[in-house]
Write a protein that binds this ligand. Structure first.
Ligand code: IFM
Length: 462
């Protein structure tokens, strides 16, 4: 027997993307070089030598993409702004043509009644700032606050949802720990400095947002709001052995608590500070920093895809843990299909704050097959989304103030070190022609949004 899971009226159904992953036009209209341009142009960094030079060419095709969003019935679109399009050298000289692109995009969204959610930093730092130390240099936090203030002054009232950072954990640990992401540094002793400067820049940007005193663009619209988007994955110990439980707690500490605690409790988790100090890893905290970081915000975004099952491993210097693979279905990222990650991540954040929450990213990569006639029957993705959204509904039933869900991603795009080899999109991107094709999941999502309800038929076939 099927039953209908209704969502609250006004629930914000959306999709998410990021500038470097879709825009292309890497050096057009005055855009400066970003650390991702430099990283991808360095041989050996990215699978197949792929780059975001062209990506999905969204910079030139954004009207077509907004049209697809409108046909999907989306209520909101989360995108990111490329900092080096606005400040090509990270300095004080803005690039009008870069700003105009986002102005046009935002206007197109409003024309279709789609609420923009703009992320200021989804990892593409101006290379010129990297040359001055990047996020290891406290000064970058001040430059970020200037960039943020500039955006609030120009586009502030037109964007109902501003996001300072996307997943500061990844910039910290992947950009500066294992070096898998730009700027590709392996400097573990700098990790807490980088994380701290990112959080500081968040707090400074929130201060700039409040100082801008933004009001709603029209009387019936809500005043613009600001938040941060964190990566919050579920964590489980591999066994009930105390060593595995402790390892699991450290992984949770590195990924989740190192960011949640300063934002909501004005301090770093003591156990993580002690653990990392034994490896000479310490944050450089100036007086007043923790107050700045913990500025009141309006919402928290949660990105979640799977869980990690952790066991003790003393060979790992950072967390003393290793991930134990689980039996059962995996996505093309080799991530376990674990829909409860939605419920668990929301409950985790709820321990820190009662603010409105959004699932700002959730989705699955699969090896999509284009059948004769161009049909793409991505049944596994539909099943994944269905189960995850069921968990979102469960969280709402249990009293979580979840205001929206954003599927990652609108279309297949540049998946960082994996290049174009992993497809997360609801729309299929043909990278030779740049044509987008609706997958079955896109039609399925459109119908879900139209009903504002999920028809729960139990577990779907993968
Ligand atoms: O593609 C990324 C995105 O940029 C950040 N969150 C996870 C996604 C899938 O790996």
């Amino acid at each position: 027997m099927s039953k209908q899971l209704d969502f609250p009226s006004g629930f914000l159904w959306g999709v998410a993307t990021a500038a470097y992953q879709i825009e292309g036009a890497w050096d057009e209209d005055g855009k400066g070089e970003s650390i991702w341009d430099r990283f991808c142009h360095t041989p050996g960094r990215i699978a197949n030598g792929d780059t975001g030079d062209v990506a999905c060419d969204h910079y030139h095709r954004y009207t077509e993409d907004v049209q697809a969003m409108a046909e999907m019935g989306l209520k909101s679109y989360r995108f990111s702004i490329s900092w080096p399009r606005i400040f090509p050298t990270g300095g004080k000289q803005p690039n009008q043509r870069g700003l105009d692109f986002y102005r046009r995009l935002i206007a197109a969204l409003h024309e279709h009644g789609i609420k923009p959610m703009a992320t200021l930093y989804h990892w593409d730092l101006p290379q010129a700032l990297q040359d001055r130390g990047g996020w290891v240099n406290r000064d970058t936090a001040l430059r970020f606050a200037e960039y943020a203030a500039y955006m609030f002054a120009r586009l502030g009232a037109d964007v109902p949802f501003w996001v300072t950072h996307n997943e500061p954990f990844i910039t910290t640990f992947y950009g500066h720990g294992n070096g898998i992401n730009a700027p590709g540094l392996r400097q573990p002793w700098q990790l807490l400095t980088v994380g701290h400067n990112l959080l500081l820049s968040h707090g400074l940007a929130v201060q700039a947002f409040r100082a801008a005193g933004l009001h709603a663009a029209t009387p019936d619209a809500a005043a613009p709001s600001i938040g941060i988007v964190l990566m919050v994955w579920s964590h489980h110990p591999a066994s009930d052995h105390p060593r595995d439980i402790a390892a699991n707690r450290r992984v949770d500490g590195a990924m989740n608590r190192l960011f949640l605690e300063p934002l909501f409790r004005k301090s770093y988790p003591e156990d993580m500070l002690r653990h990392l100090a034994r490896r000479q890893i310490r944050p450089r905290v100036a007086p007043g920093d923790m107050e700045i970081i913990a500025q009141p915000i309006d919402f928290v975004g949660v990105n979640t895809y799977t869980r990690l099952v952790n066991a003790a491993n003393w060979r790992d210097l950072l967390t003393g843990a290793r991930q134990v693979a689980q039996p059962g279905p995996k996505t093309a990222m080799d991530w376990e299909v674990y829909p409860e990650c939605i419920y668990e991540a929301l409950q985790k954040v709820r321990q820190y704050t009662k603010l409105p929450l959004y699932i700002n990213e959730n989705g699955a990569a699969y090896e999509d097959i284009v059948a004769a006639g161009g049909r793409i029957d991505d049944a596994e993705r539909v099943a994944y989304l269905h189960e995850c959204i069921t968990q979102a509904h469960r969280a709402i039933q249990d009293g979580i103030d979840l205001r929206g869900y954003f599927a990652w991603s609108l279309m297949d795009n540049f998946e960082w070190s994996h290049g174009f080899s992993k497809r997360f999109g609801l729309l299929y991107t043909d990278y030779a022609t740049l044509e987008r094709t609706w997958k079955r999941s896109a039609y399925w999502y459109r119908d879900l949004i139209a009903r504002n309800a999920l028809i729960d038929v139990g577990k779907l076939e993968r």
